[in-house]
Design a protein around this ligand. Sequence first.
Ligand code: 13P
Length: 286
Amino acid sequence: MLENMEKMLTRAKEGKYAIAQFNINNLEWTRFILEECQVCQTPVILGVSEGAAKYMGGYKTVVGMVKNLMEYLKITIPVAIHLDHASSYESCVDAIDAGFTSVMIDASKETLEKNIEISKRVVEYAHPKGVTVEGEIGHVGGSEDGVVGGILYAEVEDCVTYVNATGIDFLAPALGSVHGPYHGDPVLAFDRMEEIKEKTNLPLVLHGGSGIYDEQIRKAISCGIAKLNINTELQQAWTKGVREKLASDTEVYDPRKVIKAGEENMKKAVHEKVELLGSMGVLEHI
Ligand code: 13P
């Protein structure tokens, strides 16, 4: 069933596991992720960036596609459709009006005061409609900054001020992770993560989940991470399968066969991540 992220992340926080946000880019990805998460009996968050939503034909198209696929595939696990890194209040409103069950407002490049002002407006629009809201403090670096790095670590006091002033549901504090591939080892500020968890008491979100070592992910969960965002690793897994298919079968031209060549790799990546996060089979115990 389609849900916001409240129940799934509150349970994850209490049970000391995390739920995956897998970003979707097209119909086939959505299908592969839904099918594998149904097998794993885990709730799942389908992350949709503004760019991916544009690519797929807008927010309404995305919601229609997810809902209809869920019905067609008989998906019974809880699924959230979550706007990832919304750049404005207006973008959040459009997604909520189209049926997204959750949004992330990313005003992390603004001053703290401005970030609070924008995030609070989003919360005021979202909550009466039963939509959950995630916000970011500090700044998760990555390829979108044009430079690798660009990380601005979240300050504990800023997180507390932001959470209290906005009424946000989930907090994504930037603590060393980056979007896209890492150049060098990821360095995460675990002590600060734990302090933020204790002082805000909210489920925390870790962006840039691809390329972080398994041990670091386990430690992050013990320090309060209840949601891990993964995009790049699925892209790499899918592309590898498609590349191999095109190299080994030079006669293939049916796009369905080409796209399907990434299915097995992608499902394997989804399965392994769900297992690592500890959310495998959690629905069987609810
Ligand atoms: P990766 O692409 O590094 O997995 O990050 C995904 C993400 O954080 C989406 O918000």
